[in-house]
Ligand binder design. Structure first.
Ligand SMILES: NC(=O)C1=CN([C@@H]2O[C@H](COP(=O)(O)OP(=O)(O)OC[C@H]3O[C@@H](n4cnc5c(N)ncnc54)[C@H](OP(=O)(O)O)[C@@H]3O)[C@@H](O)[C@H]2O)C=CC1
Ligand SMILES: O=C(O)C1=N[C@H](C(=O)O)C[C@H](O)C1
Length: 248
């Protein structure tokens, strides 16, 4: 069976890569390539079964709502999925039990693994901070990956009963200590030449641990995206995180 795939954000950095990967997949067919100036309504006319969305945090909710309401399964890489947004999507899905959505903050297998490793390490270290580094064309900061990692670390720290990370700073320029996400400091770097990178730093008595992942090319996200397309065909409801599709 061939999966009929529509790509939203098809001319973008990620969308263009997704179009190539879907075209090369023996079990998939591209039936729509949609960008900012085109209508998602075309998706129903061409019989899209799965939509892959790499657009912009400002437009992704409208796209997703359309897909849920029209029973088109969605694989979403676009960032900006706060817990509140996830709850909104769950609300739509409650009215459409046959619809399915997979949202992944990061589709690179190494990034998914590094988040797991960070979650595992978090309970053992009093200090934890995140540095995310991206290309300067990125619209949002901090990255969705960093926000997701911070929430995983915060959850692990809470269940281990850890106190707030030690920090004697009483005077600082605005932004010097990064942004607090779930009580974890996140620092965002935007630098020409970069693609997508993240370091999670842990510190304890007499030691530090650094977990680093580098996406050096957007091809790194494609195996995860294709896996997501195949998985969402058989899944209803909301799945957040590629780790729930992989066997980890
Ligand atoms: N989960 C993951 O693994 C990854 C997630 N991302 C995320 O994916 C998103 C896209 O990133 P990137 O490809 O670099 O961004 P780009 O800006 O390169 O691409 C976004 C594309 O979406 C188009 N677009 C804007 N509005 C709409 C709309 N309403 N319908 C359809 N298309 C639209 C844009 O068109 P136009 O330029 O004309 O406005 C553009 O072509 C970001 O949120 C990024 O953080 C990125 C990499 C990996
Ligand atoms: O905009 C990007 O490039 C990326 N966005 C995602 C994010 O915000 O985490 C995933 C990856 O970091 C690349």
């Amino acid at each position: 069976m061939t999966i009929r795939v529509g790509v939203l954000g098809a001319r973008g950095r990620m969308g263009a890569e997704v179009c190539q990967a879907v075209e090369a997949a023996p079990d998939m067919e591209i039936v729509a390539r949609i960008d900012a100036d085109e209508s998602v309504h075309d998706l129903t006319q061409v019989g899209a079964e799965v939509v892959v969305d790499f657009t912009h945090p400002d437009v992704v909710m409208d796209n997703l709502r359309f897909c849920v309401e029209h029973d088109i399964r969605s694989v979403v890489g676009t960032s900006g999925f706060t817990p509140e947004r996830q709850d909104t999507v769950r609300g739509w899905l409650a009215d459409r039990p046959s619809a399915g959505v997979l949202i992944a903050p990061n589709f690179a297998l190494g990034a998914v693994l590094s988040m797991k490793f960070a979650q595992l390490a978090a309970r053992y270290y009093p200090s934890a901070e995140i540095i995310e580094l991206h290309h300067p064309g990125k619209a949002d900061a901090p990255s969705g990956t960093a926000a997701h990692t911070a929430s995983l670390i915060a959850g692990a720290r809470t269940s281990a009963g850890l106190d707030k990370a030690p920090d004697a700073t009483t005077s600082a320029l605005d932004g010097a200590r990064g942004a607090l996400v779930d009580d974890v400091r996140v620092h965002s770097v935007r630098l020409a030449g970069l693609v997508a990178h993240q370091e999670v730093l842990f510190g304890g008595e007499g030691e530090t641990l650094t977990i680093r992942h580098d996406s050096l090319d957007r091809k790194s996200f494609m195996p995860g995206v294709l896996l997501g397309v195949r998985a969402v065909v058989d899944r209803t409801g909301l799945t957040v995180g590629l780790e729930n599709v992989l066997t980890l």
